[in-house]
Each structure stands twice: as structure tokens, then as C-alpha cells.
Design a protein around this ligand. Structure first.
Ligand code: FES
Length: 145
């Protein structure tokens, strides 16, 4: 398997390089781009990111494995990140988690997604879904699956 950033992502990387203090600061955005491009981050993608960010591949790998939102293997099911931190817990994230258990999705409980004012919150790909209810979850998943 090989990995090459597509033209759109290469253009984004070039544009971001002008805004960031160093190429290394692009590791996180480049990881997101690689993941959106292929749905996961392969070792070849890690090497491509290392090249464009002028960062040792091992450092890129360590960043990719540190954060739970990056997938280093293909995920057969849609991955749903559900915030389990205080605001979301108080506003019913347990109900949302319980409701999701019967769906064909991979559930991951995560720490605060930074949208506490609109709890409970879940994230699918790069989108946040807020003020959730079981009914809202059904509508969202019906459109996505
Ligand atoms: S506590 Fe859930 S988004 Fe912050």
C-alpha cells in the first residue's frame, strides 16, 4: 500500500505552511487530512506526513498513537465519539451511549470535546452533533449510515 496526499490536501498543506511557525506544527492538521483522505492513517501516510512536516516519522507516529481520534487501521463501522465528561454526563450522555449500543457503529467514550454548553455531544468524523436526544441520534445516523 502506498500513500500520497491528493492535490487538494497538498494545496491545503502549502497554504497552512505559510500560517504556522514551523512545518512541524502541521503534524496534527496533516494527520487529519490523511485520515479523511483514506479513512485511516497507514504507516505510509505517517511517512508522507513526516516528509511534508519535516518531522521524524517516529514523532508523527507518537502523535498519531497518542490521540484517540486517529485510527491507524481501517474501521469497518462508523466511529462515534461520545463525550463522557461532566457537562455531557449531567445532560444525559449515558442515555445517548445506551441508545447507541444497539446501532451498527463503533462507540468510543472520550473526554470533553470542548462543546460543553451544548451537551450532550458526539462527534462523527469532523462534525459535532450537539444537544443530543435519542431521537436526534436516530435522525443523524439514518442520514450517515
Ligand atoms: S463535557 Fe462534553 S463537550 Fe465538554
Amino acid at each position: 500500500m502506498s500513500f500520497t496526499f491528493n492535490t487538494e490536501n497538498l494545496d491545503k498543506i502549502s497554504a497552512l505552511k505559510k500560517r504556522y511557525p514551523s512545518p512541524k506544527a502541521l503534524v496534527l492538521p496533516a494527520l487529519w487530512m490523511a485520515q479523511y483522505q483514506d479513512d485511516f492513517i497507514s504507516l505510509e501516510a505517517i511517512e508522507a506526513i513526516a516528509l511534508v512536516t519535516e518531522t521524524p516519522a517516529m514523532e508523527v507516529y507518537r502523535v498519531a498513537t497518542f490521540y484517540t481520534m486517529f485510527h491507524l487501521e481501517p474501521t469497518p463501522k462508523k466511529r462515534v465519539l461520545v463525550c463522557k465528561t461532566l457537562s455531557c454526563m449531567l445532560c444525559g450522555s449515558d442515555t445517548i451511549l445506551e441508545h447507541l449500543e444497539n446501532k451498527a457503529v463503533e462507540i468510543e467514550k472520550v473526554e470533553c470535546l470542548g462543546s460543553c454548553g451544548s451537551a450532550p455531544v458526539m462527534q462523527i468524523d469532523d462534525l459535532y452533533y450537539e444537544n443530543l436526544t435519542p431521537q436526534k441520534v436516530d435522525i443523524i445516523l439514518e442520514k450517515l449510515l
